[in-house]
Design a protein around this ligand. Structure first.
Ligand SMILES: C[S@@+](CC[C@H](N)C(=O)[O-])C[C@H]1O[C@@H](n2cnc3c(N)ncnc32)[C@H](O)[C@@H]1O
Ligand SMILES: [Zn+2]
Length: 368
């Protein structure tokens, strides 16, 4: 295997050379490495530096970049696992050259997680994490990280696959990214509840082609009940921009108050907060000094998440303006006007055109 050195954060490892001439270079190497996921790994390092779990499992480690970064950039003892022998050989080489303490295993992630417990369990599979969530919840003593790159099923572009994977109905709308994030969270909450565990989202976000969750699991029947109570639906009008959020186990049946059409429910999905304020503020401070290199994308993501209102859907303000046949002014002026009138209003982290507000559509239209 021809190798090349890459540096992410404060960690340098060897990864296989890739053919940069094809549309997806990571697919051309015998062991997977995707430089576009560096921001995903930056956030994991920052979360772990806030939590200090007693141990960390990178359950699908590939080159080992994620587990190596945790081992090298935090004080947490790490285990790196991959079922692929070539991957674990590369991991061994990377761990040795970094001089970090790490367990390395070559096993099926589900069988490893069914046998051993870790403070923080991290899932980073190809595509959907759905087949690994149950074992990860059983294996995790306290924290869970989940990456999903199957955005088409999660966000409603592949409706039937989304229903099969997540036992929820996605919806391909202008805020489908958020629907995907919340469907995945809702799915984890339902799996956790089976084991009398509740979830507390610490830092969950969607970016480019992936959704990333960092959660705390709380062991008690009442914590599980509290999580289940946060499940619900978004009801979207298929004709006009009207939508509403409902926090309920079974969805109600509603018609649009603006145009009389039957609303389409999407869910069950998580309607609660997607960030923990203390964790996120600690990450923002730590990112200033700790993360090396260009961190403009990371800082922007963290700060937008900090400012984002706690609402489960957003509007694309360009689409709204088009629907009302208006030419929209600057988004910040619209948001300031809404806030001046006492409404909650802010930007969203996954789209430059997205806004969240509790103002009714008539009010948004007037301010547009
Ligand atoms: C997307 S890559 C992981 C990327 C890596 N975490 C990173 O940050 O670069 C997925 C890896 O999961 C491994 N894998 C797939 N199914 C697995 C399973 N059932 N058990 C263990 N490893 C598995 C593959 O061999 C592959 O190396
Ligand atoms: Zn309507």
């Amino acid at each position: 295997m021809d190798l090349t050195l890459v540096t992410e954060g404060r960690t340098t490892i060897s990864v296989p050379c890739q053919n940069s001439l094809v549309p997806f270079p990571p697919g051309t190497a015998p062991v997977f490495y995707n430089s576009r996921m560096a921001l995903n790994r930056d956030t994991t390092v920052l979360v772990i530096r806030q939590l200090s779990p007693h141990s960390y499992l990178d359950a699908m480690a590939a080159s080992g970049i994620r587990g190596c970064r945790v081992g090298n950039e935090t004080d947490v003892p790490v285990t790196l696992n991959d079922r692929d022998l070539m991957a674990t050989r590369l991991i061994t080489q990377n761990v040795r050259s970094l001089g970090i303490q790490a367990e390395i295993t070559c096993r099926d992630a589900n069988s490893l997680m069914s046998e051993e417990k870790f403070g923080f369990v991290d899932l980073d599979p190809f595509g959907t994490p759905a087949p690994f969530i149950d074992a990860a919840i059983r294996s995790s003593g306290k924290y869970l990280g989940v990456t999903a790159t199957d955005t088409a099923p999660l966000c409603g572009a592949h409706l039937k696959a989304g229903i099969r994977r997540y036992m929820a109905r996605p919806l391909n709308t202008e805020y489908h990214t958020e629907v995907g994030l919340r469907i995945l969270l809702g799915n984890v909450a339902r799996h956790a509840a089976v084991y009398d565990k509740g979830i507390i989202p610490l830092f969950c976000y969607a970016h480019e082609h992936f959704v990333r969750l960092h959660l705390q699991l709380k062991s008690s029947a009442s914590a599980a009940d509290k999580s289940i109570a946060q499940l619900g639906y978004i009801h979207q009008c298929p004709v006009c921009p009207y939508r509403m959020e409902e926090q309920k186990f079974f969805p109600g049946v509603y018609t649009c108050p603006l145009c009389g059409t039957s609303l389409t429910p999407t869910g069950p999905l998580w309607t609660g907060p997607i960030h923990d304020q203390d964790t996120l503020s600690g990450m923002i401070q730590d990112a200033e000094t700790f993360i090396a290199g260009d961190k403009s994308g990371l800082t922007k993501l963290l700060n937008t998440c900090w400012d984002e209102p706690d609402i489960s859907f957003s509007y694309n303000y360009h689409k709204l303006a088009k629907y009302y046949r208006l030419s929209p002014g600057p988004v910040d002026i619209l948001l300031n006007r809404l806030r001046d009138e006492g409404y909650i209003a802010g930007r969203v982290h996954y789209s430059g055109y997205g806004i969240k507000t509790d103002a009714p559509l008539e009010v948004i239209r007037d301010f547009l």
